[in-house]
Design a protein around this ligand. Structure first.
Ligand code: SF4
Length: 253
């Protein structure tokens, strides 16, 4: 799905480029931080455009593979919590081979779901939640996934991140899914200054151009897994180092 997004035309208006010479996605020979620079509104366009190019070399998060299949986005996102992407991907594939709709999934024994999704984190709890989710979808929503955040939040094991991903990726409706990567990275940039993912979501809704709302999660999850890592990010080879305040970064590579 990142590939689809990458295919969209880049915007060119309102861009400034203080990082000319660094922000082209190449390895840097020197290591220059952007100390003191405040990210302005125009720079976000340049950052997104640069990251779009950079992430094309990495694998997109598994949840994004199921774009426009709300049920698969929902279930793979439930599986992905506290689980590595590779494990989630394999578990999702095994499970969807067995059942790819709420109706079929509801007919599976909990033990069968457990067996297919092992070793994702909390697989027993997740198997129970998946059964309950499918029962609710069948009973209350005619076997379909609702496209409203509040209805999704009422499902067992579904939090704000999952609900936003279903609405944005599954239904292509406006929304910003803020997970740990989006929260950490936008704060490191200095683009937002927030303490929690919920506050980050609010801040981004106010300032991030709407055209980036849906794509920002996939983009920053991929970037966060490969470059702007939680501990010791790879600032020395970061394509957007010239725009980043590196807030809270004590150690980097
Ligand atoms: S890798 Fe470093 S320079 Fe790049 S966005 Fe993350 S903190 Fe900023």
């Amino acid at each position: 799905m990142i590939a689809d997004w990458l295919a969209r035309p880049s915007m060119s208006s309102d861009e400034s480029d203080p990082g000319q010479g660094y922000a082209g996605g190449n390895m840097m020979s020197g290591f220059i931080f952007n100390q003191g620079c405040r990210m302005n509104e125009a720079q976000i366009h340049k950052i997104v455009r640069t990251l779009k190019k950079a992430v094309s070399q990495w694998r997109a998060p598994v949840v994004g593979h199921y774009q426009q299949s709300p049920f698969k986005v929902l279930i793979s996102c439930v599986l992905s919590l506290r689980t590595q992407d590779k494990t989630t991907e394999a578990a999702s594939q095994r499970l969807f081979e067995l059942a790819d709709s709420p109706e079929r999934m509801a007919k599976l024994a909990t033990a069968a779901i457990e067996e297919k999704i092992y070793p994702v984190g909390f697989y027993k709890t997740k198997a129970k939640n998946i059964k309950k989710i499918c029962a609710i979808l069948n009973k209350e929503f005619g076997g379909r996934v609702p496209d409203e955040i509040d209805a999704l939040l009422a499902l067992p094991g579904v939090g704000r991140k999952t609900a936003n991903l279903v609405v944005t990726l599954g239904f292509n409706k406006p929304g910003i899914c803020v997970d740990t990567h989006v929260h950490r990275i936008t704060n490191r940039w200095g683009y937002v200054k927030t303490k929690t993912p919920e506050k980050t979501e609010q801040a981004l809704r106010e300032k991030l151009p709407r055209r980036y709302w849906i794509a920002i999660n996939d983009l920053l999850v991929t970037f966060g897994q490969n470059c702007c890592k939680p501990i010791s990010p790879f600032c020395s080879r970061c394509p957007i180092v010239a725009y980043c305040e590196r807030r809270g970064v004590d150690r980097s590579r």
